[in-house]
Structure formats: structure tokens, C-alpha cells
Ligand binder design. Sequence first.
Ligand code: TXE
Length: 499
Amino acid sequence: PSTFEYSFDTPSYKGKVALNTGLFIGGKFVDPVEGGTHDVINPTTGKLTTKISVATKPDIDTAVKAAQKAFNESWGLKVPGAQRGKLLMKLADLLEEHRSELAAIEALDNGKTWSWAYNVDVPGAFSCIRYYAGWADKNSGQVIETAETKFAYTRHEPIGVVGQIIPWNFPLLMLAWKLGPALATGNAIVLKPSEFTPLSALRVAELLNEAGFPPGVVNIVNGYGHTAGAAIAEHMDIDKVAFTGSTIVGRKIMEYAAKSNLKNVTLELGGKSPNIILDDADLDQAVAWAAHGVFWNHGQTCCAGTRIFVHEKIYDEFLERFTKKAQALKLGDPFAKETNQGPQVSKTQFDRIMGYIESGKQDGATVHLGGSPHGSEGYFISPTIFTNTKPNMKIVREEIFGPVGVVIKFSTEEEVIEQANDTHYGLAAAVFSKHIDRALKIAHKLNAGTCWVNCANTLDTQIPFGGYKQSGIGRELGEYALTNYTNVKAVHINLGMEI
Ligand code: TXE
């Protein structure tokens, strides 16, 4: 298989990266059976970075066989949890050791700033792997009392071979969220990164070998969704699929599972999260968190607080300060020290976001700020704020996944709760108030898997994350994620029952 070499000579990072661009199957890089390649584009310039191999169904079959072999011979319950934990710990250490380099790969491939990748994505990834290393020998079953004549207990067994399909907004972090709990519980994995951001996973493949994972325990197969992704979700020998991405594809994943072997499915999908600012909020803090909520990662966060509801008493002042905050965001080269916002990930996403901005204008909303591309090269979009929206507008109802927020005035708590819940999504929500009782009463009435009080868009490895309604099925992170990757077996032992 080919390799890709890149020399970074930037204000944030100087160094060389050499990656193998093949498919990582059975612990080795191999060429795809049908020999296809995909052009990886640098979103900052719109130019070609490199070509990578893409898998199709025959390669997925080979990857599944490698995973089965590893599961049966050198992984799963054959390896004590403490040993699995040790390998995960080693992987976490290697990710930490390569922190600057991995941040550079993310910035190059995704367009996010090197400093955010260095401060959030990469530490988020290694602390997630380290956290699940700790769980590897602690996920035991229960002893359950019934009658004197019976002894019963449960075992938490790995599911077997699991498929994982991840998106492009946090390539390395999403990979860690998927690998951590699946490996801690002893599963073997076939993982497909997004075709838009395939590079950091290729570096992780090498680190998995360096950490000492048996060959085939993790197979990383780049490729397109409708071919490689579908082959994973439809596979008869994959017993579970975990997916993060769009709600449309999430539906397809469930269909593939239903039409093949009824594999277990967990989904982490889109959102249109409300952010409620009450009249007694600390305005400085509310403005800062609201801006982070909607603009962070260029708006490419599934839990972005894109519907900002502001109480009428403070609406004008909030809008003025929020606008200044958005105007202060510096767009540019992800490796420049002063940059806050890089390009959107791809031409497709850029076009899609500009389409939404156009629809907002057509529908009669006011473009309060931005509303246009930025610069002449790459996929940059100015931070955009809409006001004077109506509840049925597309920009209020649909996930835009770009630096675009709508600011909506409200007068009563009842009214804002109703509007906040008026969505098919239910991933996250935020409430700002200096009175914790008021904030909590509202938080408890919001239909969302995550409710932030006086903060927004902040996650921790230990705290579960996932959606209500069409935002998903199951929870990632925390202890809860372990249940996604285990079968519970109940063992009944007769201590004297007669028949
Ligand atoms: O996502 P896709 P896209 C949302 C966001 C964004 C929109 C489209 O609103 O604007 O989705 O982004 C793989 N079978 N989110 O089109 O297609 C694909 O290769 C199996 C929210 O990039 O859902 C990639 O690996 N797999 C989100 C992954 O699915 C398929 C993050 C996600 O891509 C497939 C990303 C198929 N038929 C986008 N088709 C979040 N929840 O964070 C595609 N894939």
C-alpha cells in the first residue's frame, strides 16, 4: 500500500508525518481488493492532500474474518479484563505522546484549529481510552437472589464482532468514544472513519500495533458510506453496529440491521438544541457560552445550541453583546495562533450550509450578522446570526451543521419550554439563570439527553451522552456505554428444586 508524507512547518506545529494509506486489516496495511482510491481534500485550500485506499464489500468480509479470528483466539473473554485494560492504557499513553502530531493531522484533514485539536480533541481521545481502560476489569455481573433452591448470576459477555461507523466532525475523538468501551468489554472491531477525514485513524492503526493489541482486534477500513458503510451495517457476521452521523443515514442503518441479522444498533444522530437565556442570567457568561455553543468547531457539533431563546427583558442587550462576540471570531489558517475558526469540512458541507442561509433569507428571516462565505480560498463561512424567524422556517427546524444560529425572543417560561421541545430532535439543551431552582425546573421539562445549566457544549468522558427522540438510541461515554457492547447472560443453578 502507498504512504503519505507531509511536512508541517507552521506556527503551531513543526514536524513530519508519514502515514500508510492502505486498509488496516489483521494488524497489517493491505491494498483493497477492487483497488479504489479516494481524494482527500484540504478544506483550508480546497486542494488535494493525498489519496487513500477505499474498501468495498470483499474487504469488509476480510476484515470481519480477521476480527472473528482475533475474537476467538486472542481476545474476548480469553484475555482477562486487567490485560485488556493494560493495552488500552498503553494506547492512551501513545496518543498522549503523539498529541501535537495528532492535532496537526486533525487540523490538516478537518480544518479545525490546531489549538482546539490539541486542547480538546486529542486529550478528549486519550482520556476516554484511559477511562475505559479502568473499566476493563470492573464490569462484572450480579448475583441475584430468588429462592433458597436457586442460585443465579449474570455475566457481562462481549457481543463479538462489532461494526463502528464514525463521522468527520471530531474524527479522532469519535474513534476513541467507539473503541474505548468496545475494547474494554472485549469485542473485536471493524471501524469505518468518514471519507472526509480518514487520516488520524490511519495513525491510530499504527499506534494500536505499537501498543501490542493482537492483530485483528481492531480493523480500520476507510471507504464510502453506501459501499463500505453499508457492507458493515448489512453484514451477517457483525452482531452490533454503532453509528454516529446524520439522522437520514441512521434510519438506513436500522433498515440494514432489520434486513440482515437484526444486529443490535446504537445511534448518535443530529440535533437542533435550544439554549434558553432567562432574564436573571449572568449576561457575560451567557453570551460567552452561547457563542461557544453555536460557533465552536465551526458549528459542526451535533449538540450545538443553534436555537438561542432570550427573554424579552434582556433580548436587545444580549443580541448586541452576542453579535460583538461573533464578530470577534477570527477566521483563517487553522495553524495560525490567533485563528478561532477554520473552514467547514468539505465543499458538500459548505454548499449545504449556504443553502440553508439562502433558505432563511428567502423565508423572510433577518440576517443580523454574516450570511456569506469568507475569503476566496477554502470552505470558510462567516459566523451568521438570524433574527425575526418563525417556528416553521427550515433554519429553525433543521440541523444546519455550520456557524449559523437563530436568536428568538420569548416572554414566559411555559412558552419557551414548549418552543424548545417543538423539535424532532432531543440531543441537548441549555438553561441560563442565576437561580438554580428556576433553571433546574426548566431543565427537567426539556426533552433532551443532555441538559446544561449555566454552560453549553461541554462534555466529559464520565458523563453519558446521547439523544431523546430522533437524536439517537443508546448512550455513549460513562459507565452507560458499556451496556452497548455487552450481552447479559443469566445463569440459573438448581440448589434443590425438584420436578
Ligand atoms: O453525514 P453521514 P454527512 C449531520 C449534519 C450534516 C449531515 C450530513 O447535519 O450536515 O449529517 O453529513 C457513513 N451506510 N451529521 O453526509 O452521511 C459516512 O461514510 C452506512 C451529524 O457527512 O451520515 C460517514 O462515515 N454508512 C453528525 C458516516 O456515515 C454510511 C456528524 C456519517 O456520514 C452510509 C456528521 C450508508 N448508506 C454529520 N452513508 C453527528 N451526529 O455528530 C454514509 N455513511
